[in-house]
Design a protein around this ligand. Structure first.
Ligand code: C2E
Ligand code: CA
Ligand code: CA
Ligand code: CA
Length: 278
């Protein structure tokens, strides 16, 4: 029993060492990646389900490591959040997205906002509002071209999120709730917060055709969103059947591989010039 105890201890000890070594490595890579400009943003268009026009784009970070190749956001964003690196990284993302949007404004693509994912951790930086306000001014972008995608986890502290979101709203930016329906949070926040859009999570959109219950759920979310005067976006649309269902149920905006994958700035620009967004 003694030996086993010792082995068990060693097993955990080694394992934890392994994890923290990996984390430290990854953290160093992340820092270097930021210094060496290995990160880029891709842009996924969002479409008006009625007219087919582009009514928004979501900025999504991409990291190509010179040795290890593409590293998915789901691999490094959680670590960036845990280590706090998301704060400087998030600032870079916000500025980069706004600079790109400004360039598109100057090129005459003037109708749609750019949506940027913002982690809860970024709101622990007390200067985030000031940063966004100053950055918009420096970039020369009007605030209503910037949309912030927040998650329901921010709403867990309702008092705090009310203050933050009201301050953001007074800057003039748009606010959307990402991954709507997955946060296990009370819906009562919707009445109190200055929210413009809700994005129905892909997991709900996935099975709407084949499972009546799932379809009913999506229909209910759309109805609620529309009644509360939110714009409702469905994400992760991959099939024509999904488009049909969403359109029939009065969902306004759609995003997903069915329309387009996230594209480099140059490719999105071509897409826009082909008339799909003009
Ligand atoms: P998310 O915000 O829910 O973004 C949607 C994800 O679904 C993206 O994955 C997008 O490429 C993918 N997607 C879009 N349409 C489809 C589709 O039709 N089918 C499938 N299978 N996937 C689709 P991505 O880019 O790998 O990002 C994953 C997550 O990482 C994001 O989920 C977001 O939570 C986070 N993330 C990505 N970029 C950023 C960023 O710039 N900042 C922060 N804080 N988080 C980010
Ligand atoms: Ca998002
Ligand atoms: Ca989402
Ligand atoms: Ca999602």
């Amino acid at each position: 029993a003694k030996d086993r105890g010792k082995n068990t201890y060693q097993f955990y000890s080694n394992n934890l060492d392994g994890i923290s070594t990996w984390k430290m490595k990854m953290e160093n890579w992340l820092r270097r990646a930021m210094e060496q400009n290995q990160m880029t943003l891709h842009y996924q268009p969002q479409f008006d389900l009625g007219t087919g026009k582009i009514v928004g784009v979501e900025a999504l970070i991409r990291w190509y490591h010179p040795e290890y190749g593409y590293i998915a956001p789901s691999e490094f964003i959680p670590l960036a959040e845990e280590t706090g690196l998301i704060v400087p990284l998030g600032k870079w993302i916000l500025r980069e997205a706004c600079e790109q949007r400004k360039a598109w404004c100057d090129a005459g693509f003037s109708d749609f906002p750019i949506a940027v994912n913002v982690s809860v951790r970024q709101f622990q930086d007390e200067y985030i509002i000031e940063f966004i306000s100053d950055m918009l001014e420096e970039v020369g972008l009007e605030a209503n071209y910037l949309e912030l995608e927040i998650t329901e986890s921010l709403m867990q502290n309702l008092e705090n999120s009310t203050i933050i979101l009201n301050q953001l709203k007074s800057l003039g930016v748009l606010l959307s709730v990402d991954d709507f329906g997955t946060g296990y949070s009370s819906l009562s926040y919707l009445k109190h917060l200055p929210i413009d859009k809700i994005k129905i999570d892909k997991s709900f959109v996935d099975d709407i055709i084949y499972h009546t219950n799932q379809g009913m759920m999506v229909k209910t979310i759309i109805d609620m969103g529309v009644n509360l005067k939110f714009t409702v976006i469905a994400e992760g649309i991959e099939t024509e059947e999904q488009v049909k269902f969403l359109t029939q149920n009065a969902c306004q905006i759609g995003q997903g591989y069915y329309y387009s994958k996230p594209l480099s700035a140059e490719k999105l620009e071509k897409f826009l010039l082909e008339g799909k967004g003009h």
